[in-house]
Design a binder for this molecule. Structure first.
Ligand SMILES: [Zn+2]
Ligand SMILES: [Zn+2]
Length: 196
């Protein structure tokens, strides 16, 4: 735990309550799935879904070895301190959620500590898993196009000409389009200088 926290601190830039919470969440998930060496011999067993992009997410990525660039870390932007650990070897998945009132528990348990952050850090180090997390076994149907590995499919959008991997295209009126051209209303960007 301490060694993981040191690594998490180095990777994330600072030690914070979120790092400790993330390390604990990941260790809980790995433990329940019986995965002991996620960054070595068992590195292809695990896919992790995270539901928030905060401090804890970095720690979860570090401990599990699941990274965006390996397609093993999946981000669902739901704003929840939750993660699901999917074991491809056993086809089991555990979703872990940080319990809302663990913050109050931290305040009550460690009133002598000066700041909220210190109280939380202490709580996240010491409280039992059951006081910090709710866990449930779930099923995650992972589409073959979402699995780690290189893209087998590559297409060129017939509208913008940009290359698209992993079959992320849509057929619109007989044309193969990237998702940005097929659904412009879902774009996160727009041209800086509107065309006349
Ligand atoms: Zn942080
Ligand atoms: Zn396009």
């Amino acid at each position: 735990m301490d060694e993981l926290l040191r690594q998490a601190e180095a990777a994330h830039g600072h030690l914070c309550a979120g790092q400790i919470l993330g390390v604990r969440m990941a260790l809980l998930g790995l433990g329940r799935l019986g995965i002991v060496d996620p960054r070595g011999a068992e590195r292809k067993r695990l896919i992790t879904y995270v539901e928030i992009d905060r401090c804890a997410t970095d720690a979860i990525g570090l401990v599990t070895g699941c990274r965006l660039g390996k397609r093993a870390l999946k981000f669902r932007d739901w704003g929840k301190m939750a993660a699901t650990f999917v074991d491809l070897a056993s086809d089991r998945a555990l979703r872990v959620v940080a319990i809302e009132n663990s913050r109050d528990l931290a305040d009550r348990r460690y009133p002598h500590l000066e700041t909220k952050s210190l109280r939380q850090m202490q709580a996240y180090r010491e409280l039992a898993d059951g006081d910090l997390f709710r866990e449930e076994w779930v099923r995650v149907a992972i589409d073959s196009a979402d699995l780690p590995g290189a893209s087998r499919e590559r297409a060129i959008c017939e509208q913008c000409g940009e290359g698209v991997n992993f079959g992320r295209v849509a057929r619109v009126k007989g044309q193969v389009l990237c998702l940005s051209c097929a659904h412009p209303e879902l774009r996160y960007w727009e041209p800086a200088t509107p065309e006349e």
